[in-house]
Write a protein that binds this ligand. Sequence first.
Ligand code: MG
Length: 419
Amino acid sequence: MGRRAGAKWALISPFDQPAGPDPAGPDPAGRQLVGFELVRVSVPLRRPWATASGSFSERDSLLVRAVVSLRDTNGDRQVMEGWGECGALPGPTYSSEYTAAATEVSERYLVPWLLRARVTRAAEVWPALSGARGHHMAKAAFEAALLDVELRASGQSMADYFSARSAGTQPARAAVTAGVAVGLANDTHELLDEVGEYVGYGYKRVKLKISPERDAQAVSAVRKAWPDLVLFADANGSYQTLSPTEATERLSALDDFGLACLEQPLGADDLRGHAQLVRRLRTPICLDETLTSYNAVVTALDTRACSVVNIKAGRLGGYLAAVRVHDLCASRQVPVWCGGMVETGIARAANVALAALPGFCLPGDLSATGRFFETDLTSPLPLRHDGTIAVPRGPGIGVVVDQEAVRLHCTWRYWWPAR
Ligand code: MG
């Protein structure tokens, strides 16, 4: 389907979309896969991270380092590396994926299949892994690592790459509005202290984790203290434990606080329940855990189960899918924002680049270096005085991976050479 004359966005029908990323096409650089390294790190958090479904105080993460040999523009062969970060949490508290399982499936299946297919580019990852069901975050980490190599080799930033790949006609933004997600606090006092700390740093958007036990009172207290703050609430599906009537009653109480959106109140598979909430609440309903693929987003929008979309690249299977979802939502004028997974600077830099696309009209979970960790794994992504983060413009993810910090926090690593 062609672009409408004069339209800002192409009208995209789901039936026009290919089943997966575009084929990689010819390879003038003569790329050869050198190998993959899996690196497990455990990075202490500044304060424990608590949601309705669990908490942790160290970020146990799986990183992927992809190494590729290629010819540069002078025809000289050189070896380059790229990094990806798996969004899976330490336990199966967000989705069924968790770090140890991502490591296991990578070791047993994903790495051997990628080596066998001799992949060298991001667009080749999904086709090579089509035999493996699920594990989107693990697959996305390989795609991100190879994309980082590709773009470092071509000298292109991720933001420019995403912009060129998108159907939109506006360029990537130079900066994105930062946002901070605040975990469940022990009491309102503690919550106000923590939110006050971030507002003091300059954050203009805060997302509060809520649960049926800690909702209206907490949101009310924050709203009263900061009437102009852009406020989101994220239930991580926790109202699925209530009856539909009880859930609607409790969540309706949040309508008085001017939330920009209420995220994932019900279970991931409850499209009907979310559609009912869309009809009954004034607060816009956003989906997160439900949206596990491009097709899942299409279904959610078609059934009016949400009016706002959280785009989280790992959950969707990678940044290439995330750009497609961005374009889909833009074509339907659905507001989107970029979700986070308590990630280090490796994934954060890529997320900031993604959120530079013009369809990201709400501020996402994009906080500066230092929000989660005393010691991050990359060069800093600082918060600027106007509450924004500059979009990295260097090649690839645009930040430098701190090899010493990776070594310091590494708990396990293993290298698989291509043969
Ligand atoms: Mg969420």
